[in-house]
Design a protein around this ligand. Sequence first.
Ligand code: CTP
Length: 477
Amino acid sequence: MSTITEGYLNHKIFGIVSETAAEMGVRAFVIGGYVRDCFLGRSNDDIDIVVEGRGIELAEAVGQKVRSKVSVFRNFGTAMLRFEGMEIEFVGARKESYHRESRNPIVEDGTLEEDQLRRDFTINAMAFSLQKEDFGALVDPFGGIRDLAAGVIRTPRDPDETYSDDPLRMLRAVRFATKLSTPEHPFAIVPESMDSIRRMAPRMEILSRERIAEELNKILLCPRPSMGFRLMDEAGMLPYVLPDLQALKGVETMDGKGHKENFSHTLQVLDNVAEVDGGKLWLRWAALLHDIGKPRSKRFAPGLGWTFHGHNVIGAKMVPGIFKSLKMTQGDEMKYVQKLVDLHLRPIALVDEEVTDSAVRRLLFDAGNDIGDLMILCNADITSKNPAKVARIRANFELVKQKMSEVEQKDEIRNFKNPIDGAYVMEVFGIPPCQEIGILKEAVKNAILDGEIGNNFAEADALMRQKAAEIGLHPVK
Ligand code: CTP
């Protein structure tokens, strides 16, 4: 099949690469994601050029013409340059295979078709010719266009070979199916590929955790990320990706009573968040992990049923280990996820109680600037199938939000800073660093949060002096 598609190659960079390749006597093609996305009507500024010859030399010659710096990665035989907002990567066509126990490929020069054959999926193996005589012709020996139209993820070769060469491709299959699916045009992994993944999933053990985490992040950022996790589950990949998520699966029954199926619930919450968050990766991580402590906190109380007391605290404690196991950051992003997992029950608990100013103030204090995200998570967590119950909770939830904005306007608790600091306490009472300082500061903080005094220096100072007298401390002046 040869389709003329020059409309997709209007940008002048393609003409320049074409001309330079002709001068050097080599054949060059646009390949991979850019070609796929042209047919899907998606924009893509990453262009991959494959050359039957030296990719680095072509890149350097093009770089000179467009006066752009070329970054060369000799180990990989690739080179990259930036031009008018596009990132263009050059590589020589190759055939390659991998050692069974390593990801280091044995690379040999190859033809375009050999290069296409070694790629991950048919939809990623299509190429546009950059030769003058058939500029823009689609070169698609493995039926990428057919598979794109049918919405299937299929490997050009026997899937066992493709996945064995690079086991990350199993996760990439999940990612592309999830990312490319729309309600009008769903994508699926073909059954023989799913079967192969089920067999090959243990090969994921050889992958670096960083590469797995990168794919997970991309899956999480898809419009409906639940699909990715369901596919991972169906293909038996969860134990190699996120074993704690696997533990959420299933329903136990005792005395005829079952509990909520926590895996489906988690995925529903994740999609609910993704619908409204505008692409916040770490909020999505918080959604994915919000109930991760449930299996460890699960108890059955006769007469009462199933309980998951303290699952938020247990879950929050698990977050650093989960991030570490994926070699992800232990910094602010992890702490943010941990905080949201810890606090995710608080807004909804307020809904069930009487919404007092002091409870709202404490929540604002604990959540700080992440209160908006916490409210998104908490709202997304309402997944009951009983419409009357959902309506009641949502109405009360609005009440909590309203109360929050009132308290916020009045007391500015969100960025709470204690009007009394340690240095001031030491100066007033002439004391060295000691635990009394903490006691006094805590008393002031609690009095402000409980609404006993205003959030200002004068009232805080008076309360500090009163509390100090009670514990036998007196001002030096
Ligand atoms: N590729 C592959 N096997 C991999 C990674 C990449 O065969 N493990 C090939 C695919 O042909 C892919 C191309 O290299 O299209 C470029 O890879 P990448 O930039 O990761 O993916 P894109 O397809 O460009 O998709 P996106 O930019 O959306 O991630």
